[in-house]
Design a protein around this ligand. Sequence first.
Ligand SMILES: Nc1ncnc2c1ncn2[C@@H]1O[C@H](COP(=O)(O)OP(=O)(O)OP(=O)(O)O)[C@@H](O)[C@H]1O
Length: 761
Amino acid sequence: MLSAIWHVCPDNFNWVRGKMMEKVNSKVGLARTKSDQIVAELVAGIRSPAASDARHGGPDSSENMLRKPSRKMAAAAASPGRSGGSNRNTHIRTSRSAQLKLDTDEVGSGAALSSASSASLGFSFSSTGFVILPEDIADSKPFSDNEILEDLEAGSCRRKIGSDPTMPIYLKFTDVTYKAILKGGTSAEREILHGITGSVYPGEVLALMGPSGSGKTTLLNVLGGRLTQLTPGGSITYNDQPYSKFLKSRVGFVTQDDVLFPHLTVRETLTYVAFLRLPKIMTRKQKEERALDVICDLGLERCQDTIIGGSFVRGVSGGERKRVCIGNEILINPSLLVLDEPTSGLDSTTALRIIQILQDIAEAGKTVITAIHQPSSRIFHKFNKLILLGKGNLLYYGKASEAMLYFSSIGCSPLIAMNPAEFLLDIANGNLNDVTVPSELEDKVQTSNSEAKTAKGKPSPAIIHEYLVEAYESRVGDKEKKRILVPISIDEELKLKLSSPRREWGASWWEQYSILFCRGLKERRHEYFSWLRITQVLAIAFILGLLWWQSDGKGRQDQAGLLFFLAVFWSFFPVFTAIFTFPQERAMLKKERAANMYRLSAYFLARTSSDLPLDLLLPVPSITLVYFMTGLRLNAGTFFLTMLTIFLEIVSAQGLGLAIGASLMDIKKATTLASVTIMAFMLAGGFFVKKIPVFIAWLHCLSFNYYTYKLLLKVQHEDVTPDRHGMKDDSGFTEVVALVAMVFVYRLLAYIALRRMKLQS
Ligand SMILES: Nc1ncnc2c1ncn2[C@@H]1O[C@H](COP(=O)(O)OP(=O)(O)OP(=O)(O)O)[C@@H](O)[C@H]1O
């Protein structure tokens, strides 16, 4: 029974396991009794601050925290077979039953299963601090037609999203300030956030609203632990503990830009994330099933085999892409889900569906924070709490449903019927058109200078902003701060677990390497069979063959020119392919490293080795064509040595490209530096100039063209008198050693550059 629970619940949550072990060991007869006891334990262990806040009567205390489950969920619990009829649904229900902490063999009756469903609900909700009694569920209203329609649209196997139990996170932040260092050579700083206070607890969705540039993304980054250049001021606590590395695996962060691999399908994307992020104790099969569950949860079944797409390739729609991004994060069953404008660019129905998903996630006991730009009124009413920002200042924090009431209490009420979100954004922008002007503000305008009013005699945006900041601070700010500072009554074990500095990897180093290698191959499979690239290489080989047609009779100088060209061409090509590798994946690397998905060494080796097959495959037909058309020395040994020499050069040139790309992380700069470097290496390659001045002779040592050219000459002319072409007749050992050293040294430089890359922007 325990392993079933453990496998279905990927959360490596030892505390819960400990509690469950106690229950299992106590050998209580009926499974229903067992699960109910676990629920009771959990509820006792996690006493929600909702209850304590209720005593305080603050914004956290009301029905938000003691909200009943959605009708959909309640109905699903009352009638488990309702949510769909497919086999997949049956499987999901079965696996959910396993999660109900029940051994069905022990139970063996339909009645027990039904009570197990209730217990499961109780368990999920217990992490928010309260339990829903089965009677409450039975009393709940059935589905409305609209909801059924919504479910059908969303997918055939829709179940309650994120319903697996998770460690609750109570996030509090007081007087948060943040400064960014301005770029441009100066050490000037700019304060972006000026003392933001708020809190969000399990079961709640906190919305951040404000005009563009008001600091929403910055605040999300700070709260989600994605710190940027400097440490923020003020206090931010998670279950009354500061941020720790352990939290990286408990926080899901959906960025504003969709960072996904364009050539992977939806299913591949989620499966690879599941392999890398879910705990080691889960098998590969369980991780795959988990990815499928998330696909169902988010209604992505219809497009699961469609590629994500990007600027140049058509793939899934914007809404589906956004849902994949959310799926990437909810896969790990995060305790805290942070989203930056998950609805931007989507139509209102799709946006509503995404917010509904967030609400479902929160209802399952997770803590959700989302920045949102211009929500429709239907969306606005789905938020539990709201933070309104203006120029990095707090204009409102409290229940979303009370925002209008608060602004009318300070004298700002809409004069016409308005979407509350539109009204709040207008106010935050300092626009009081169609809004009553507070008398205090009018007096201020009368008595102050002309800068305080607009041409129409209305208060200027700057003075409105000042008024709103002062009004919030004087009327609400201090009270809220005091309320937030009250400690949460939560199990000490939970607090300790959160403060653990230990990182948790989802896979061993070797597994990470092989998963990333396979992902790299899949993502770039289209490049491997790119006819353009193959045609390009073969066309050049053909032209070379024609120009040097049977060159053995034309003299060795001509052949030397051919060998030098081969050395240059097969360095040029890999360098200019490799420089794109890391700059192109920079955003993905940052995102995945910030989520502790893998070790950098595993990524680096997988990424660099997954390119090798293509880079070593392409030269084979090209060199074969050139070799026989130009009549180079017909001898199997010489042919294979020529091929091996070029392979060695390709791998070392790739290293240089990787090092340049990784150290600059900017394609334009990298291309410029690479072209200068490759030209210098070519000129120092030993063909154009033989007697290089001593002070620049070191350039030889860095040039793979020089060593490759020498080796190719030695392979072709091993029978030739020694100092022809200035080459000594030796075994070529020095050149091989130099090229092998370059393979490692350039890669090492690339790795160091990647290590130094800041994870934050
Ligand atoms: N690293 C930085 N250096 C300088 N200025 C910055 C930096 N990061 C943010 N800012 C500035 O801080 C302000 C807030 O930026 P932020 O991205 O948080 O706003 P936002 O509310 O999320 O905007 P939007 O809704 O347009 O995404 C902006 O004026 C932005 O230019």
